[in-house]
Design a protein around this ligand. Structure first.
Ligand code: UD1
Ligand code: CA
Length: 471
């Protein structure tokens, strides 16, 4: 089987310098969603027709299994498929060609598999849906349909007449405009039929375009059965022509993911207020509060809870951990039973052991923090190795950067770092050491001892407050 993905259109209504098919859905260009789905069908030839912004589209989609055909001028969907034919020529003669649109990103592989099955005996198969408001779409004209006030059955083998042609909105008669069954644009043709009939298309129509849809009437004339299939979910065939539709498709996609999460047992405070831009794997009894954003690959263990307004990117959160409101976790590993946040920031390379507490306004980067250690308030821990049961006081900073190079801080098990300490790296705090509050540590602190660097406190008995001078 061949798959041709049409991606040449301009997308004027997007009002953007970015080619339409590169606008993201769930953080990924929509053309890549369509490619991923296409690949699930293991096509023999996979071709994308590019035109507007061709270089950018090629760069974003390039892969060994994908060939590009260029359509320099957008003369219509039939003309677009014609540009791909040279790349399909080597295909065996009785193969079929599936046409997809790069701006219809939610189409599901199981729907396409059904459409392909419907075409398997050399039929033409059109994916159709019934719409309350079909304005703008090509209408499916069936035998005897004109007589029934446009309410045709729309289902093959359901008493509905055979498909005779597709008429575009701009070419439709008032009667045809009342038909609510529309062409989604997704079609399967026998490849040999395409090769023979695409050159016969004319552009004598309201839009002066070569319509792929005119091939339906040609198939009927040639005695090739034209059948239809319908998507499992109408949202699959939503197209993107504007930013409003982009947002509609994004919401439909997110709702689909939210439902899948709930079906797998995840508790969502509100399925309309979660965004997954990548993949989210969850264990049992995971709870996710409102407005969480997940990016890249995220894994949440059993019993994890995510508070409101958290952003988690490419990270792992182990069983039982609680991430509280407004935390930002990127490229980090959160250990079992950790308490993180509210307002915590874990950056790439933060690696937390079990039962670690990271509190408000604490930032951790490229640091291992071992079991049961705590940094509960206002701290920066970067390029550090922190042992077990360490207490890091409020305001502690690892001074890891000298303006040129980064240096490491090592803190042994059971150390106690007094509040407002600065650890000027490279520096080591021994096991069980205590740093007095306000210490600026520039040399290693020995194990089990109190180290403090602080100006001695003194009181000046004779001191008087200045008084306001009389005018
Ligand atoms: C097309 C169908 C219509 C269907 C509708 C579904 C035709 C003639 N009409 O209409 O029956 O209901 O889709 O959305 O096929 N494209 C190219 N090159 C071109 C023209 C289009 O690559 O020269 C691509 C576009 O980028 C887009 C797709 O083909 O991905 C559809 O093009 P569009 O102009 O949106 O078709 P419609 O007029 O909406
Ligand atoms: Ca369209």
């Amino acid at each position: 089987m061949n798959i041709v993905i049409l991606a040449a259109g301009q997308g004027k209504r997007m009002q953007s310098a970015l080619p339409k098919v590169l606008h993201p859905i769930a953080g990924k260009p929509m053309a890549l969603h369509v490619l991923d789905t296409a690949r699930k069908l293991s096509p023999k030839n996979l071709v994308m027709v590019v035109g507007t912004g061709a270089d950018a589209v090629r760069a974003a989609c390039a892969a060994d299994d994908l060939h590009f055909a260029e359509q320099a001028q957008q003369l219509g969907t039939g003309h677009a498929v014609m540009q791909a034919m040279l790349l399909l020529a080597s295909a065996e003669n009785n193969s079929a060609t599936l046409v997809l649109y790069a701006d219809v990103p939610l189409i599901a592989d199981h729907t396409l598999a059904r459409l392909i099955a419907a075409a398997s005996t050399g039929n033409v198969a059109v994916l159709t849906v019934e719409m309350d408001d079909p304005t703008g779409y090509g209408r499916i004209v069936r035998e005897g349909a004109a007589a029934n006030d446009g309410r045709n059955g729309a289902r093959d083998g359901n008493g509905a007449g055979a498909i005779v042609r597709i008429v575009e909105q701009k070419d439709a008669s008032p009667e045809e405009k009342r038909v609510r069954e529309i062409n989604t644009g997704i079609v399967v043709f026998p490849t040999a039929f395409l090769a023979e009939n695409l050159p016969k298309l004319s552009n004598q129509n309201a839009q002066g375009e070569y319509y792929l849809t005119d091939l339906i009437a040609l198939a009927v004339q040639a005695g090739i059965p034209v059948v239809s299939a319908q998507p499992a979910d109408a949202a699959e065939t939503m197209g993107v022509n504007s930013k409003t539709q982009l947002a509609d498709v994004e919401r439909a996609y997110q709702l689909r993911q939210a439902r899948a999460l709930m079906e797998s047992g995840v508790t969502l405070a509100d399925p309309a207020r979660i965004d997954v831009r990548g993949s989210l794997r969850c264990g049992r009894d995971v709870r996710i509060d409102i407005n969480a954003v997940f990016e890249g690959e995220v894994e949440l263990g059993d019993g994890v809870s995510i508070g409101p307004n958290c952003v988690l990117s490419n990270c792992r959160v182990a069983a039982g951990a609680q991430i509280k409101a407004y935390s930002h976790i990127d490229g980090a590993s959160v250990g079992k039973g950790n308490l993180v946040g509210p307002y915590a920031r874990l950056r790439p390379g933060a690696d937390l052991g079990e039962d670690v507490h990271i509190g408000n306004f604490v930032e951790v980067k490229a640091s291992r923090i071992d079991d049961q250690s705590k940094a509960n308030h206002l701290a920066y821990i970067g390029d550090a190795e922190v042992g077990k049961r360490v207490n890091i006081g409020a305001g502690t900073i690892t001074c890891n950067y000298d303006g040129v190079n980064k240096h490491r801080t090592v803190i042994g098990d059971d150390a106690f770092i007094g509040s407002d300490s600065q650890l000027v790296a490279p520096v080591t705090v021994g096991r069980g050491a205590t740093l007095g509050a306000g210490t600026t540590l520039t040399k290693d602190a020995p194990a089990d001892k109190l180290t403090v660097s602080r100006a001695k406190q003194l009181t000046i008995d004779a001191w008087r407050r200045p008084e306001k001078k009389p005018k």
